[in-house]
Design a protein around this ligand. Structure first.
Ligand SMILES: [Cu+2]
Length: 114
């Protein structure tokens, strides 16, 4: 009797656990493909050093940019959206993605860091 109940409990647990495990891996696959589609690379932390609105450029002290094979350094980037320069000022911490656009290193994604 005792054994039977234990087996029933084990069975019930495995039935409960299986869909959960499946849902989890399914979700993981989904978010993975979403990330690959929308943001091909992870965002990098940076600190704004200087904003040059007339030149459409910003100087950033940035962490390693793995997609560009670049170590952490301070350098000048162009920005994809000129309006972003109005949202940056020296000392701001940001998160961004940089890529080469027509051979020029450009901030192609940007958000203020919390
Ligand atoms: Cu750099």
């Amino acid at each position: 009797m005792k054994m039977k109940r234990l087996l029933a409990t084990t069975f019930a647990l495995s039935v409960l656990a299986l869909p959960a495990a499946y849902a989890e891996s399914d979700h993981g696959a989904h978010s993975g493909s979403h990330a690959a589609a929308s943001t091909e690379t992870a965002m990098t932390d940076g600190v704004v050093k200087k904003v040059d609105k007339s030149a459409g450029k910003v100087t950033l002290s940035h962490g390693p940019l793995t997609n560009l094979g670049m170590p952490a350094m301070t350098m000048v980037f162009r920005v994809k959206e000129a309006a972003w320069l109005g949202q940056m000022k020296a000392g701001d911490k940001i998160r961004f993605v940089a890529d080469k656009v027509n051979g020029v290193l450009t901030v192609v994604q940007f958000e203020a860091a919390k």
